[in-house]
Ligand binder design. Structure first.
Ligand SMILES: N[C@@H](CCC(=O)N[C@@H](CS)C(=O)NCC(=O)O)C(=O)O
Length: 219
């Protein structure tokens, strides 16, 4: 039985799971729901009312990091380092990646310039912290791609779309390693298949619809 993801077309947390499945070459089903008007069955299914939910063998998993860890354990091509300490550190940075995603979302919904700038500062601080963690290799742990890399990919993809409206978020001069890392991740073959093809239009549409300060900078 194929694993099945319940998703929302723009959800970066679901994308983490899709990237993991694609990397491992696992065939899966995906069902999109409207999060603003979720079907009754979804409210029954999802304990926190959030996507992703993974259905596997008539069981339910929720929380994206738990889902990707499960997928990593049961399918070939491991994405976690084996050393327990490095693995645990990777898990910590995956949580950091989730915070970056929330920060990125808060950035686009801020109604006022002051709130937008505040979120920008939070994000800049996080990019500085990441810069110190990176060793200047292709991926977070070195030459080998890992779950940390896949966890940050949706964040960088969205920041790239935002940078078309507000340039310089991930400043190459300030954060050269983060900038190169982002580039390495976004050029992976699996990235384009990890979202719906119209992701950029949908994401820009969401920015516009949110009516925040960022939307006032759009053409
Ligand atoms: N910590 C959760 C976050 C998931 C999340 O926030 N998903 C959003 C969509 S991208 C959601 O379902 N929001 C609905 C809600 O909060 O009611 C995870 O990592 O899976």
């Amino acid at each position: 039985m194929k694993p099945e993801l319940i998703s929302f077309k723009l959800c970066p947390f679901v994308q983490k799971a899709v990237l993991t499945l694609l990397y491992k070459g696992v065939s899966y089903n995906i069902e999109y729901i409207d999060l603003e008007n979720p079907p009754a069955w979804f409210n029954e299914l999802s304990p926190l009312g959030k996507v992703p939910v993974l259905k596997v063998n008539n069981q339910i998993l929720f929380e994206s990091s738990v889902i990707v860890e499960y997928l990593d354990e049961v399918y070939a091509k491991p994405l976690h380092p084996t050393d327990p300490l490095i693995k645990a550190q990777n898990r910590s940075w995956m949580e950091f990646g989730n915070e970056c995603l929330m920060n990125g979302f808060n950035l686009i919904i801020q109604p006022e310039k002051s709130g937008f700038n505040e979120q920008l500062e939070f994000l800049s601080k996080k990019m500085g912290q990441l810069e110190k963690q990176l060793g200047g290799k292709a991926f977070f742990n070195g030459d080998q791609i890992s779950l940390v890399d896949l966890s940050f990919t949706p964040f960088f993809q969205r920041q790239k779309i935002i940078s078309e409206i507000y340039p310089g978020l991930i400043d190459k001069n300030l954060y050269p390693k983060v900038s190169d890392w982002s580039q390495n991740l976004l050029t992976q073959d699996i990235v384009s298949a990890s979202t719906v093809p119209e992701i950029e239009q949908l994401y820009s549409g969401m920015i516009k619809k949110s009516n925040g300060y960022l939307s006032t900078l759009m053409d």
